[in-house]
Design a protein around this ligand. Structure first.
Ligand SMILES: O=c1ccn([C@@H]2O[C@H](COP(=O)(O)O)[C@@H](O)[C@H]2O)c(=O)[nH]1
Length: 583
């Protein structure tokens, strides 16, 4: 863990079950490779994960079974370790490559900005060579303009100990927001391609499909159906991501799928036991999943080691690389001190502890001002997906600015929009589904990814944060004494409610709207004739369609820059001005 990270915290534990084929899975790490410095249950770092994987590989060797590491993309954007350098990722690519990942693919965040996709192609693809798979992604060479696969389309290999044949694919969901130097082929088209049709007919013991795709999403189900049609009994294992939730399901009795959360909070574990070889008769398989908290105590527990014996030399070196990068990037520089916690989904919106209320009532009114139009009435719309994490009471650092808002979002506007049309926009953006059926603009892409999976608030009857836990059969830390549970994941997936490795008390989840709106400089009485419609540039396509539906025709030529600077910079400036400098 990093030098100033919160000390790890004990929790009652569920053990891992080993099978013949075992996996460790990361997804949507979004640059959090230093771990969560303020949260003890997730404060291990990428160096600790390197140590953990080395110990677990040794255990696999000792048992004569196999362990593979998988990563399903969105490794970038979301934390100062990636975002604070210019160019971005100056330290991250070298840190990330220290983990020996066996199967890796691309997420949408590697593709939003052309320079990010260029760096993915220049660094991560060659860093992982034959392990990087791009089944439905092409890259356009900036010099020649030639389109070619981002990496190989699939991978066939044998496992180390049992020599099991594996055919692996690496997909991205049908993403359409990529920069123009990449091409994402819709999954339904890819599975018709000749290469895929041949690959799924390869003789193999197991198919492994990794993807930056939620395990409940149509794309994975289509791939499953295509492979299963040709291979009635071959095990098919899916590793998904994108939705930022812990989730698992099985599409039939010989398939299994896991998604392993977000932000280095979770290391997923999947194991398969039973007869895996293709030549044997079909016998029942058993699948097991665990969501391992990225908590050093847990990693010690699962590897059977302690703080002395756990860190490997390699792991320590990676931890030191991260610490050096954080120092050089001045990520601990403090803009101000948050007076209390502000939550994305732990409290209702609107409420005094909602980060969206803070934005709507305090930050946007103060920063969304164009000096030349300061008195012009305006509606300022932000998509809730632009905010990526909670604010904790205490130091708000350079790192925090990227954690809260990593995007290069700027404020755009259309001047003098008739108010009757402008006021309808927020309602349309917050309605379910697509605002125009054929525009491929799902409104849910405006909100936080978790809401792709969680459609309704989850409110527990009794908050159990003060519960004392008597562990029963479970592994008890601290010599078996009852302990106070820490708030954290209490996952319920299609397999049951026993997936989390650590037992936590519940956290409420209140769903939030797709967008929020600050109404500024409106007349005290009556309605203005026109307003400036100000919005985060990311949501421009949705805003233009919503205006059209409201009877006001505008095109992208009508959109102008409202104010200099990214939202991230504006927010940091507001904090420096409004929150005390010392904590
Ligand atoms: O410039 C941007 C890019 C993305 N968003 C929001 O993020 C989600 C996607 O996040 P994932 O981590 O890929 O799931 C997208 O739906 C937007 O809500 C943004 O606001 N600005």
């Amino acid at each position: 863990a990093q030098p100033h990270a919160a000390k790890p915290i004990a929790a009652p534990m569920r053990d891992l079950k080993w099978g013949k084929l075992n996996f460790l899975h990361t997804t949507d790490t979004h640059g959090w490779h230093a771990g969560h410095l303020q949260e003890p249950q997730y404060s291990a770092d990428w160096g600790d994960y390197v140590s953990f994987a080395e110990h677990m590989r040794k255990k696999a060797d000792d048992r004569g079974v196999d362990l593979l590491l998988v990563d399903t993309g969105d490794r970038v954007e979301g934390n100062g370790l990636y975002d604070a350098s210019d160019p971005k990722g100056q330290y991250y690519y070298d840190i990330y490559r220290e983990q020996d990942v066996d199967i890796i693919c691309t997420g949408n965040h590697e593709l939003y900005i052309a320079s990010t996709a260029d760096r993915e192609h220049k660094y991560t693809v060659p860093n992982f060579k034959s392990k990087y798979i791009a089944s439905n992604l092409d890259y356009i060479d900036p010099k020649s303009g030639v389109k070619k696969p981002m990496a190989q389309r699939y991978r066939k290999f044998q496992t180390k100990n049992q020599k099991l044949d594996i055919v692996a694919f690496g997909f991205l969901f049908d993403f359409t927001g990529n920069a123009n130097n990449t091409v994402v082929q819709p999954v339904r088209e890819t599975i018709q391609e000749e290469w895929f049709q041949k690959a799924m007919r390869e003789e193999t013991d197991v198919f492994v499909v990794i993807g930056h795709v939620g395990v409940q999403m149509r794309e994975f189900k289509d791939i499953f159906r295509a492979i299963r049609e040709q291979n009635p009994s071959t095990p098919i294992l899916f590793f998904g991501g994108h939705v930022h939730v812990r989730d698992a399901t099985s599409y039939d009795s010989r398939s299994f799928a896991i998604a392993s959360g977000r932000y280095m909070e979770t290391i997923g574990w999947m194991s398969v036991d039973g007869e895996l070889r293709k030549s044997e008769d079909e016998a029942a398989l058993t699948f097991h999943r665990r969501y391992i908290d990225n908590n050093l105590y847990g990693l010690h527990h699962h590897s059977g080691l302690n703080s002395e014996t756990f860190p490997t030399e390699h792991g320590r070196n990676v931890t030191a690389m991260i610490a050096k990068a954080r120092k050089e990037l001045e990520l601990d520089y403090t803009f101000g001190c948050a007076p209390k916690d502000y939550w994305m989904t732990r409290t209702p919106y609107p409420s005094e502890n909602s980060i969206y209320s803070l934005l709507e009532e305090e930050v946007l009114p103060a920063v969304a001002i164009n000096p030349k139009r300061a008195d012009v009435p305006r509606l300022v719309i932000a998509n809730t997906g632009a905010i990526r994490f909670d604010i904790f009471k205490g130091a708000f650092t350079r790192d925090t600015t990227y954690i809260i808002s990593p995007f290069l979002s700027v404020l755009s506007y259309i001047p003098d929009v008739p108010y009757p049309a402008a006021k309808k926009v927020i309602k349309l953006l917050n309605s379910a589904g697509k605002i125009v059926a054929d525009a491929h603009l799902e409104n849910e892409f405006l909100a936080i990814p978790e809401q792709l999976s969680i459609k309704e608030s989850i409110i527990y009857d009794t908050p159990e944060s003060s519960d004392l836990f008597e562990a029963g059969d479970l592994q008890k830390p601290l010599g078996g004494k009852p302990i106070r549970l820490v708030e954290g994941y209490t996952t319920r997936d299609d397999i049951g409610d026993d997936g989390d490795d650590a037992i936590h008390s519940n956290i409420n989840f209140y769903t939030v709207p797709n967008c929020i709106q600050a109404e500024l400089s409106l007349p005290p009485e009556g309605e203005p004739e026109t307003v400036d419609l100000v919005f985060f540039d990311f949501i421009q396509p949705w805003v233009l369609i919503a205006l059209r539906l409201s009877g006001a025709q505008y095109t992208k030529e009508d959109v102008q820059s409202y104010i200099e600077g990214t939202f991230t910079e504006l927010m940091a400036g507001w904090i420096a001005k409004n929150w005390p400098a010392k904590c």
